[in-house]
Design a protein around this ligand. Structure first.
Ligand code: ZN
Length: 104
């Protein structure tokens, strides 16, 4: 049976949240986040990935995986195809407090 990816998370990159610092590494993948937990910014010494943001990412990954499983189990294929085709893209940002903010 075909699996439809109705919702997808594209999480990556590490950036410093200190105002005015601007340090970032776009090569970091979400699978590498455990290694970045509470690491300090090489530029200013700020925290690059707080426990709150890390926990927030893990929750999102679980929610999206559960949503995809639920949709694939319960919805007919033509609805799933429509959902995949209509997929909207939203970009979010985290700043150390575990909260998601939609990028403008
Ligand atoms: Zn910094």
């Amino acid at each position: 049976m075909m699996k439809y990816v109705v919702a997808k998370l594209d999480i990556g990159a590490i950036k410093c949240d200190t105002v005015g610092c601007g340090w970032r590494d776009d090569t970091v993948h979400v699978d590498d986040y455990p290694a970045w937990l509470n690491k300090l910014c090489p530029n200013c010494g700020g925290n690059l990935l707080t426990q709150k943001d890390y926990d927030g990412v893990q929750i999102m990954l679980r929610v999206v995986a559960g949503y995809n499983r639920w949709c694939n189990r319960l919805l007919p294929a033509f609805i799933l195809r429509w959902m995949v085709a209509k997929a909207v893209r939203n970009e979010f940002d985290m700043k150390g407090d575990g909260k998601l903010r939609r990028k403008k």
